[in-house]
Design a protein around this ligand. Structure first.
Ligand SMILES: [Fe+2]
Length: 202
């Protein structure tokens, strides 16, 4: 390789960051019991892992190797959050995963192609990577919003709460009906007693 590519640092940052994300998302998948969260994280983790390896492969093809930090505190912190007993909603908030999607506003990827020296093969890889990252941002945001709407509970526990509430409502209806019957019975018996008294007086 004649000259060191100006975008080598960018490729290295992506290779490292994506591999780390794959690692902590996988730890989170093993902890969650919410099937919706598991499905979303599995989709994103698979992409992150593949991005990490593809960028490492490209760096190798360009004649270099991935450089990692020995003690990456940021990664250790994210891994600790993902593997903790916190709720899925708390993890989403702590890791900022509900805020990755910028909608139609500019995002961190907008300036990648301002480097006009990017070679064709790397450009293809970056283009697909950016499109997948933006899609991951959208699905993580919708997962975060669904969790928030359920107050952090899993869909299964909301369904269980709903059926408990329905059972309670049915029981309450039965009690109200029994009270109504009793009132009718008491009113009937009071009428009969009053009628009998009136007859005795006559
Ligand atoms: Fe990523």
């Amino acid at each position: 390789m004649s000259e060191k590519p100006s975008y080598l640092g960018l490729l290295n940052a992506i290779a490292v960051g994506e591999s780390q994300a794959h690692c902590y998302l996988t730890a989170w998948i093993e902890k969650t019991d919410d099937p919706d969260v598991k499905a979303t994280l599995s989709r994103v983790a698979a992409r992150e892992g593949e991005h990490g390896m593809s960028f490492a492969k490209r760096i190798n093809e360009l004649g270099y190797s991935v450089r990692t930090k020995d003690d990456d505190e940021g990664f250790q912190k994210r891994l600790a959050i993902a593997s903790s007993d916190r709720t899925d909603l708390e993890k989403m908030e702590k890791l900022g995963l509900g805020r990755l999607d910028s909608g139609d506003k500019p995002d961190i990827f907008d300036k990648v192609f301002t480097d006009h020296s990017i070679d064709i093969r790397t450009g293809e890889l970056l283009g697909r990577y950016i499109a997948e990252e933006r899609d991951s941002g959208r699905i993580l945001k919708s997962c975060y919003e669904a969790l928030k709407a359920r107050g952090g509970k899993s869909a299964a526990s909301v369904t269980a709460d709903d059926s408990r509430l329905s059972a309670l409502e049915s029981k309450l209806d039965a009690v109200c009906a029994a009270i109504g019957d009793m009132q009718t019975m008491l009113a009937g018996s009071a009428k009969r007693t009053n009628g009998a008294r009136a007859k005795t007086k006559a």
